[in-house]
Design a protein around this ligand. Structure first.
Ligand code: ATP
Length: 207
């Protein structure tokens, strides 16, 4: 069975950047955030069940889930979070499996922001790759790309696993602070070679 890598890290740590580098090395990326977003776009499979569970006010005029409204509900009410996850997680699981089944012999990389927090995900993947960086760098990166308030980024960080817990669950950690993108790519390539030694032989006369 092809290797299954779980890629995780806190918000703004550099997961998507690393995921793109792994794809260049030959992996097929399965992005659970993108899957989740797709399910909650207009016509997405989660829209009808969300409307039934939470009412029309969590669905925007265009038919997508209203993210701001939903975030408010979930922040205010832990049971709403459980219900939301009860709708989204099985649908994400189905689509994840469909994409994985379509990936042939390629190494699969599952980008899962909350992988360390999920015993199911940890059991499912063969290796866990954690992208780590200091919290102030996470905050800087997220603010640079979006109009969030600093407090919102910090609140998200507090809801995610602490860095130490994430590192403890890792088979490899890439510390993504102060690295140029080329240096980061070199670190990614080194983990890839370690985990896919056979790949080194393809097209090379060393083997
Ligand atoms: P999220 O959890 O919010 O999806 P993420 O962990 O996927 O975030 P990225 O989107 O990969 O993080 O990175 C956040 C931002 O930081 C991006 O704009 C990315 O280009 C930039 N970035 C990440 N690592 C580096 C680096 N080593 N050098 C320069 N820019 C970087």
């Amino acid at each position: 069975r092809p290797l299954q890598i779980g890629l995780t890290g806190g918000i703004g740590s550099g997961k998507s950047t690393v995921a793109a580098m792994l794809v260049k090395l030959g992996a097929v990326l399965i992005d659970t955030d993108a899957i989740s977003r797709g399910l909650t776009l207009p016509g997405g499979a989660a829209i009808d069940p969300l409307r039934a569970a939470f009412g029309n006010d969590v669905i925007a005029a265009d038919g997508a889930m209203d993210r701001v409204r939903m975030r408010e509900r979930v922040f205010a009410d832990p049971s709403a979070k459980v219900r939301l996850e009860g709708i989204l997680h099985p649908l994400i699981g189905l689509e994840t499996q469909r994409q994985s089944d379509a990936a042939g012999d390629a190494v699969r990389v599952f980008d899962v922001p909350l992988l360390v927090e999920s015993s199911r995900w940890r059991a499912r993947v063969d290796r866990v790759l954690v992208i780590d960086c200091p919290e102030h760098v996470q905050v800087q990166r997220v603010l640079a790309r979006s109009a969030w308030a600093p407090g919102t980024v910090e609140a998200v960080i507090r809801q995610q696993a602490p860095r130490a817990a994430r590192r403890a669950a890792a088979d490899a950690v890439i510390f993504n602070d102060g690295l140029t993108l080329d240096e980061l790519a070199a670190e990614v390539a080194s983990v890839w070679q370690r985990w896919n030694p056979v790949e080194q032989c393809h097209g090379s006369d060393r083997c």
